[in-house]
Design a protein around this ligand. Structure first.
Ligand code: NI
Length: 429
């Protein structure tokens, strides 16, 4: 039997708190899961620094990836299979893309990527296409199979229906992470009726659409996402931890570049500081490696590096205040001066950060990454864009909300010193 059609003699199941069970029958899927690059995702948290706010949020990208796979498997096997619009020949590539869509994420993704100017999507492509165990398994299906999986994830695959299952405004990725993140953080916002949504999803040539009667379930899903963003994903305290993490990496790089003699050589980072690293060095990084360095660097002689590491490890985070650097640049300049006077390096101790999200977007051709809208399929087969049918979705669609903050070490400014008082007044005023 061809490798791509091979089934395991006995089905493998993973116990999962969100989907109860994750089912694997395909030999290829099972082999992909057992590669070292996929197993690495166990050592990378799904929500980065969020566990410092919601202590339950220790879940990994490994379980999210399995979850996305399971949702796609159910859509295909229980919903699409046998329908004229669905091409069964796309099943395996879709399942593999679902499983591997986050493969390139690094430790504390956003912070790490920002500091070293990297892009996890590019690493996903590289891990799929270069000399890796994942590539070896996928190539056994056919020589062009790794490229097909990479194209689905890159959204350049010719079958748009397949792409829309993995990345669209109502895809398996979002449906898994909303529920999973809600479960692990313990918040009540992210829950919605996925069972209902799966039952009303319909394949079309261009994308997956929703049977009209399922509109309210989709409204609920959109609102869950809206609330999760503001209550969990952009939580100012986990952003504070992320800010500190970025500053640790900045400081370590600066020290390395200026010839500082580390007690603990940053062996794992040197090639990133030099911007000449190999894929295997990227794959070797995970969150345990970073945290080990932070522990060791708490003992470094450089007071800034030691302090920032201590803050991250022992959760002595920065305080925050509302602050828009674009409109308040005069005030920012003043603060920088006062920080310097107070002996606090503003480069590391005065940080502005902005987050923004678009909860749902209708189709606006030619605009920044055109988002394919969600379509409802009417009784007569016509498609209608969701926000035209739903007042709830219409109210929040196309509206970008941005939140600006400034972060600083309040604990260093609390000693009654006149200069410190002045700084606090300015920050909080
Ligand atoms: Ni994902």
């Amino acid at each position: 039997m061809a490798y791509e059609n091979e089934k395991l003699l006995e089905e493998k199941v993973f116990k999962d708190p969100v989907h109860r069970y994750i089912h694997v029958r395909d030999r290829v899927v099972w082999d992909v899961i057992n590669t070292r690059e996929f197993q690495r995702l166990r050592r990378i948290r799904q929500l980065g620094t969020t566990y410092l706010v919601f202590h339950g949020a220790e879940h990994s990208r490994f379980q999210h990836s399995l979850g996305v796979y399971e949702i796609v498997r159910r859509i295909i096997d229980d919903g699409f299979s046998g329908r004229a619009e669905w091409d069964e020949g796309q099943r395996l590539v879709t399942l593999c893309a679902a499983l591997l869509h986050d493969l390139g994420h690094g430790p504390f993704s956003h912070a790490f990527e920002k500091v070293f100017n990297l892009d996890h999507e590019q690493f996903t492509q590289q891990i799929l296409l270069e000399q890796t165990e994942v590539n070896e398994v996928l190539s056994r299906v056919s020589p062009d199979f790794p490229q097909k999986v990479a194209d689905v994830i890159d959204k350049t695959y010719p079958d748009k229906l397949v792409v829309s299952l993995i990345s669209s405004q109502i895809d398996a990725d979002r449906m898994d992470y909303l529920q999973r993140d809600a479960y692990y953080t313990g918040v009540s916002y992210g829950h919605f009726d996925m069972e209902r949504i799966l039952r009303v999803m319909r394949p079309t040539e261009e994308q997956v659409v929703i049977k009209h009667s399922g509109m309210h379930a989709v409204e609920h899903y959109i609102m869950s996402r809206y609330q999760m963003y503001w209550q969990v994903y952009f939580h100012p305290v986990s952003r504070s931890a992320e800010v500190i993490l970025m500053k640790i990496l900045h400081r370590a790089r600066y020290l390395y570049e200026t010839g500082y003699a580390f007690t603990q050589e940053p062996k794992h980072f040197i090639s990133f500081f030099k911007k000449e690293f190999e894929l295997k060095e990227y794959i070797a990084l995970d969150e345990s490696v970073l945290l080990m360095y932070f522990q060791l660097w708490m003992e470094e002689n450089d007071p800034i590096l030691a302090d920032l590491c201590d803050r991250f490890v022992n959760r002595r985070l920065f305080q925050y205040a509302e602050f828009d650097p674009a409109s308040q640049y005069m005030k920012f300049g003043e603060l920088v001066k006062l920080f310097q006077e107070a002996g606090l390096d503003p480069e590391y101790y005065l940080v502005t950060d902005s987050s923004s999200d678009l909860p749902y977007d209708f189709y606006r051709p030619g605009e920044e990454n055109e988002r394919v809208p969600i379509y409802l399929q009417m009784k007569n087969g016509d498609l209608r864009e969701l926000s035209r049918m739903s007042d709830v979705v219409d109210a929040i669609s196309g509206k970008r909300r941005t939140d600006h903050k400034i972060y600083y070490p309040e604990d260093r400014l609390m000693d009654g010193n006149v200069l410190h008082e002045k700084i606090l007044e300015l920050l909080q005023g």
